[in-house]
Design a protein around this ligand. Structure first.
Ligand SMILES: [Zn+2]
Length: 250
């Protein structure tokens, strides 16, 4: 229909609609900016506390604390070691697929938790620290390691970090029990007869590039195993072991 065919009244109505939509869009953008700032301030405080816990062990950290970027659409949490940036997502701007997965996983928890809550507890706390562990690996790891070994170490370090303080340990224990329930409902990421490390390394790139569930379930499995490991070193022990000068045994 051409504009000529519209009555004055219809035109006025159309203009009002456009103005209303623009206002809605502006307020959504403003809300997103406010939510981004709130998350950034939480994450910056967590990164500073993480760095000061490492320094409290008498360890000098050469690189500055990573910058944090809240992305609109990307992988949920990622450390860019070339730019020293941790990339994060917020629930509201995460992909529909990511949100659907977390909503389903929340149902598996059967304790009233929501996908949004599970998402932010996982990414903003546990896996954010996992990304900070990659930041430490970049600076201190003097032996080459495959993807599996790096991910395993980052998860063990994140678990050790959140096990240091009693309240954090209670929180992490609850999260791990949720992961345990979730994992009973999802297929194992590793086919029978395959070694988890070999299978993970073989599929790592494709899993990450395609946002495959297997990557997530592998990470959750590592977290549960780290929590269950009675001989797991403390955060302080892990940091000292990682930061040992090259040539000394680990
Ligand atoms: Zn990682």
């Amino acid at each position: 229909m051409s504009l000529d065919g519209l009555s004055r009244g219809t035109l006025r109505h159309f203009k009002n609609l456009v103005v209303a939509s623009l206002l809605l869009l502006t307020s959504a953008t403003a809300q997103n900016a406010t939510a981004d700032r709130a998350l950034l301030s939480t994450l910056n405080a967590r990164a500073s506390r993480f760095a000061s816990d490492v320094r409290a062990q008498g360890i000098n950290i050469p690189l500055p604390v990573p910058a944090i970027r809240i992305d609109q659409d990307a992988q949920v949490a990622r450390y860019d070691n070339e730019k020293n940036v941790v990339h994060m997502l917020r629930w509201d701007t995460a992909s529909m697929r990511a949100r659907a997965t977390f909503n389903l996983m929340a149902i598996y928890c059967k304790d009233g938790t929501t996908g949004k809550s599970l998402f932010s507890e996982s990414y903003d706390r546990l896996f954010f620290t996992h990304e900070l562990a990659h930041w430490l690996q970049l600076q201190f790891r003097n032996q080459s390691a495959d993807h599996y070994a790096l991910e395993l170490e980052a998860n063990r370090m994140a678990v050790a970090y959140w096990s240091q303080r009693p309240n954090d340990r209670i929180w992490l224990g609850r999260l791990v029990e949720r992961y345990r329930k979730i994992l009973t409902q999802l297929p194992s990421p590793v086919p029978n007869g395959q070694r988890p490390s070999d299978y993970f390394n073989k599929n790592y790139a494709a899993w990450v590039d395609n946002g495959k569930l297997e990557y997530g379930t592998s990470q959750l499995t590592m977290v549960v195993q780290a929590w269950d490991d009675r001989d797991r070193p403390t955060f302080a022990e892990m940091i000292h072991s990682l930061a040992k000068p090259s040539g000394t045994s680990r």
